[in-house]
Design a protein around this ligand. Structure first.
Ligand code: PGA
Length: 241
C-alpha cells in the first residue's frame, strides 16, 4: 500500500487526475471505476481541462460507477447518473453507452444487481478504480456491517450516511434510504485502486482503514488486502497517521 500526503485539496485532485489521464493515455480502451461525492469534483475538473488542452480521447474508454441511489432516475438532479453527466461525461468524448451506472429505478433490484455484476465481469477488469471514503469508513455504499458483501447489492444507508449526504438534498427526508453499490469483491477485482480523502472529517476513517484491523465494521480496511492501492490524502485527512 502506498500513502501519498499532499498539502491541500487541489494537489490531491491534481495527482488523482494524473493517474486517470495516464491510464487512458497508456491504454485507450481503459476501464475506469468512478466515484461521486464532493471529493472527486476537483479531479474531474482537471481531467476535463486536460482533455480540452491535449490530444486525449475517451472514445474507447468504459466506466463503471460505484453506486447509485434507489428511487432516483437519471434525470433527478441528486442522482449519481445526473452528477456524472454534469461533472464529467458531458464534457468529454466518451460514448454514453460505455458509461455504466446501476439503475436506481430498476423494477427488479436483485436482477439489476446481478446484471451490473456480470457487466463488470464481462467488460472488466477495471484498470483503475477511484474511491472516496465516508466519515464512517464506507467505500462505495458498503456501510459498516457484520460481514463483507462480495458482489453488487442493495444496501440500506446508515443514519450517518443519510446525514452526511443530506447536503446534496433539500432536507434529510429527501435522501433515499437505500442504494445499489458494488460489493467488496467487485471493488477488489480492480487492477489498481486509488483512494482520495481530504479534510479532518475523514481522518479517523483513514487511520482505521490504513492501520487498523481488517474488519467489515470499517469497510475501507479491506483495501489492506489489495496489492496495488494508493491513498492520496491531504494533511487533514492524514493527521492521525
Ligand atoms: P464525499 O463522499 O467525497 O462527498 O466526502 C465520499 C463518500 O461518502 O464515499
Amino acid at each position: 500500500m502506498e500513502v501519498i500526503i499532499k498539502d491541500n485539496y487541489e494537489e490531491v485532485s491534481q495527482l488523482a487526475a494524473e493517474y486517470l489521464i495516464n491510464t487512458v493515455k497508456s491504454k485507450n480502451n481503459a476501464v475506469l471505476g468512478l466515484p461521486t461525492g464532493s471529493t472527486p469534483m476537483g479531479m474531474y475538473r482537471i481531467v476535463i481541462e486536460t482533455y480540452k488542452d491535449n490530444n486525449i480521447s475517451f472514445k474507447d474508454v468504459t466506466t463503471f460507477n460505484l453506486d447509485e441511489y434507489v428511487g432516483l432516475d437519471k434525470n433527478h438532479e441528486s442522482s449519481y447518473s445526473y452528477y456524472m453527466d454534469k461533472n464529467f461525461f458531458s464534457h468529454i468524448d466518451i460514448k454514453k453507452e460505455n458509461t455504466y451506472i446501476p439503475n436506481g429505478v430498476a423494477k427488479d433490484m436483485e436482477e439489476e444487481c446481478n446484471l451490473y455484476e456480470n457487466l463488470i465481469r464481462e467488460r472488466g477488469p477495471i484498470d483503475i478504480l477511484f474511491l472516496g471514503i465516508g466519515p464512517n469508513g464506507h467505500i462505495g455504499f458498503n456501510e459498516p456491517n457484520d460481514f463483507f458483501e462480495p458482489h453488487t447489492h442493495l444496501v440500506k444507508l446508515t443514519e450517518d450516511t443519510i446525514l452526511a449526504n443530506s447536503r446534496f438534498f433539500d432536507n434529510m427526508e429527501s435522501v433515499p434510504k437505500k442504494a445499489i453499490t458494488m460489493g467488496m469483491k467487485s471493488i477488489l477485482s480492480a487492477k489498481k485502486i486509488v483512494m482520495l480523502a481530504t479534510g479532518e472529517a475523514k481522518s479517523d476513517a483513514i487511520l482505521k482503514s490504513i492501520k487498523g484491523k481488517v474488519t467489515p465494521q470499517v469497510p475501507g480496511s479491506i483495501l489492506q488486502l489489495h496489492n496495488n492501492v494508493t491513498f492520496i490524502l491531504d494533511k487533514d485527512a492524514a493527521k492521525y497517521l
